[in-house]
Design a protein. Structure first.
Length: 406
């Protein structure tokens, strides 16, 4: 399939506009990172405790902040999260950075946050247990002891199944939070007797703990270093490959373009207040490979056209090469963009940072292949006052050809 035939756009003539756009994006991202005091690292890298809290309605951010400060947790950070997989869900993540090492110190941070939540939101420790936070196993034990259906000692297995259905309905149909026990009336086996027993034995809290993540600061620092090394090793390997396969200036141009893609993506992360986590590093490495692949396709077509268009200037050859690969670029990049966009919109908060990096990276990586990498090659040869030999290949290929002639 080919969308465009006979395209004749002067890409190299517009190179200065591409460079201006890139500089503007880099400047905006750099200013944002500076004003924010650096990138926002997730719990994977900075170490500490993240507690994910879900609410039935809009979360009381100010009340939470005051309650945490009253418990000596004023340095904690609260970030709202909107989960598109459940339009009724309103979540926040409470992050508490811990410099201390050891499981006990980290667990202390977790307990401090949970205690502050209970005191702030009015959950009484001595009152009825919270149905919104009870597990299926604990609920089954309560139902077996109360025996609302009058099944006797043999009712354990049935109450176990019923408890699982009730907690599944709470978590899957109502986002983990019930505001009324009547919301369970459609659950199979939950008749009036069961609902009455639940009302008498449980309360309905205003929040639920969805997840707790704990990482030691030493482990976080080590993961951060390893992530940087992994990215640099990937770039170095690609530089060596492209320099061997083509010429060193092609490899340098491709690596500069990839650095450009990563920096702009990180700038967008700062602008939209996303955290850098291990999944984001995986997305950045995926972006590196994707952008490099698109650049190699254009460079390979440039090398072919150097054999066919011996008398044409290099800028004309590069323009022709980009135009010839334009249809392929739109097909691959367009389909990839649609996929990651759907993942961003519907993948939920767990994949939100990863998919956001991919959405930005696919667009920027595609643009940099013809807007940054290709102009660098043209400008370099123009600066040197030379033109690549017709049919030129890598330095290794030239040596092999020379050896064959001997």
């Amino acid at each position: 399939m080919e969308f465009f035939r006979g395209v004749n756009l002067d890409w190299m003539g517009k190179a200065k506009f591409f460079v201006a756009l890139s500089l503007a994006l880099l400047l905006i991202g750099g200013i944002s990172i500076y004003r924010e005091g650096g990138l926002r690292y997730g719990i994977d890298f900075k170490g500490g405790t993240d507690v994910y809290v879900g609410f039935a309605g809009p979360p009381p951010i100010d009340q939470l902040r005051q309650g945490l400060a009253a418990q000596g947790l004023g340095d904690s950070q609260i970030q709202s999260i909107s989960d598109n997989t459940n339009s009724g869900a309103h979540d926040v993540v409470i992050a508490l950075e811990r410099k201390e090492e050891g499981d006990q110190a980290l667990d202390t941070g977790k307990q401090a946050i949970l205690t502050a939540l209970q005191k702030t939101l009015g959950t009484a420790a001595s009152g009825p247990p919270d149905f919104n936070s009870i597990s299926a196993l604990a609920l089954a034990d309560v139902l077996t002891r109360k025996d609302p259906l009058g099944l006797g000692p043999a009712g354990g297995p049935r109450y176990t199944q019923l408890a699982q259905k009730l907690t599944d309905a709470r978590d899957k149909d109502h986002g983990g939070i019930l505001t009324s026990f009547d919301e369970l009336k459609n659950v199979e086996g939950a008749d009036t007797r069961v609902l009455t027993s639940l009302r008498d034995g449980f309360s309905l809290g205003t929040f639920t703990i969805r997840n707790v993540e704990i990482v030691g600061p030493r482990v976080g620092a080590q993961l951060r270093r390893q992530a940087i090394y992994a990215t640099l090793y990937a770039l170095a390997g690609m530089l060596v490959y492209i320099a061997f396969r083509f010429e060193w200036v092609y490899g340098a141009a491709a690596v500069v373009a990839v650095f450009h893609d990563v920096l702009i993506t990180l700038g967008f992360f700062s602008l939209f207040h996303y955290e850098i986590s291990l999944t984001v590093i995986a997305a950045l490495l995926t972006l590196v490979g994707y952008s490099m692949n698109d650049t190699i396709v254009i460079f390979d077509r440039v090398r072919e056209n150097l054999r066919l268009m011996r008398r044409e200037p290099l800028a004309v050859i590069v323009n022709r090469s980009i135009n010839q690969t334009l249809s392929r670029t739109i097909l691959t990049s367009g389909l990839t963009f649609i996929t990651v966009l759907v993942l961003f919109l519907m993948g939920g908060r767990v994949l939100r940072s990863f998919s956001f990096a991919m959405v930005v990276g696919v667009v920027v990586g595609t643009y940099s292949s013809f807007g940054i990498a290709a102009p660098i090659v043209v400008v370099w040869h123009k600066f040197r006052g030379e033109r690549p030999p017709a049919g030129s290949g890598s330095a290794a290929e030239k040596r092999l050809a020379a050896a064959g002639r001997r």
